[in-house]
Write a protein that binds this ligand. Sequence first.
Ligand code: ATP
Ligand code: MG
Length: 360
Amino acid sequence: MSRSHLTLGVLEGDDIGHEIVPAAVKVTQATAERCGLLIDWRHMSIGRKALDESGTTIPEGTLETLSTFDGFILGPIGHREYPQVPGAINPHPILRKHFDLFANVRPTRSYPDIGCLYDDIDLVIVRENNEGFQPDRNVVAGCGEFRPTDDVSISVRVITREGSRKVATAALELARSRHKRLTVVHKNTVFKLGCGMFVEECRKAAEAYPDVTVDEAIVDTFAMHLVRHPQQYDVVVTTNMFGDILTDEAAGLVGGLGMAPGLCIGRGNMAMAQATHGSAPDIAGTGLANPYAMIESTRMLIEWLGRRHYLREAQATAELMRQGIEAALAAPATRTPDIRGTGRLNDMINGMLATIEQAP
Ligand code: ATP
Ligand code: MG
């Protein structure tokens, strides 16, 4: 069914979130206006601001309200800095679980002159988002880590057939829309049951995608090849913690954390734009935060929704945003210092807007 507008939630998060999220909204709104897309932006408090206002980092009704939207933008959350009070919960797992956003799609792309280690990287790592080693995602009584005695710690890693199948299918769909190659990254030589199950489910899911060439790589070898020959990869799928580490490694190849966008998706249409990096309290308020990751994450959200809803105006918006982003990245004056620029966040936004507003 075709539709004429999108309703999007805006959750700024903490620290540089208050700079990069408004930047993403500004660039997206300006582009949408050019392309005839109506976006109804709905601002909501989350994180430290919500804690100060209402005593909890994720106010009551947040999930219900978000579920009436088409998607939302989540800025970085600095939950480790929160005071030790009962309402100071980490909103991340709650959002991901509630909307079953099991696939975290994280592209890595080279741009000229910004300090990329190679000039021809174009890959996407799809990280499983809701299970694995991370204690906050653990389905075993919410307890992924425990100490049976004071001298022993045990960390539990949960891999399910269903979780593996879902993320594998999302990655295969993505591969089909790109260069039709998928690499499954695992360590089934050691984690015979966990990684073993993940690989089995990836193989089974791949049977329905005979047009996609699938290969498998052991995570340590893959980490080495990623540094030496990143050009050989198209779409990569892996479990949660491997994906966490490998996506930061991949970001390092193309200019650092400011260049690492992400889109969290599930089976339904709901999606959440979320940059890979944290809230970077060390540079908050200085104007030095690189807004690329947040803006590109938002662009990915618009592109995703445009495809899901057959919304041509959204697809045009995503395309024009791409041009604006590329134009700003092309000149040092409209880039932040982390990517060999002489400008600040506002210069980067203005660089994008200049191109977007000149578009025919
Ligand atoms: P998390 O655990 O939430 O991932 P982290 O401890 O990995 O957080 P980040 O907040 O991601 O830390 O930041 C790490 C460093 O990278 C920061 O000190 C910051 O200087 C830099 N950084 C992160 N994001 C950006 C950005 N968008 N622009 C410029 N520098 C950034
Ligand atoms: Mg980090």
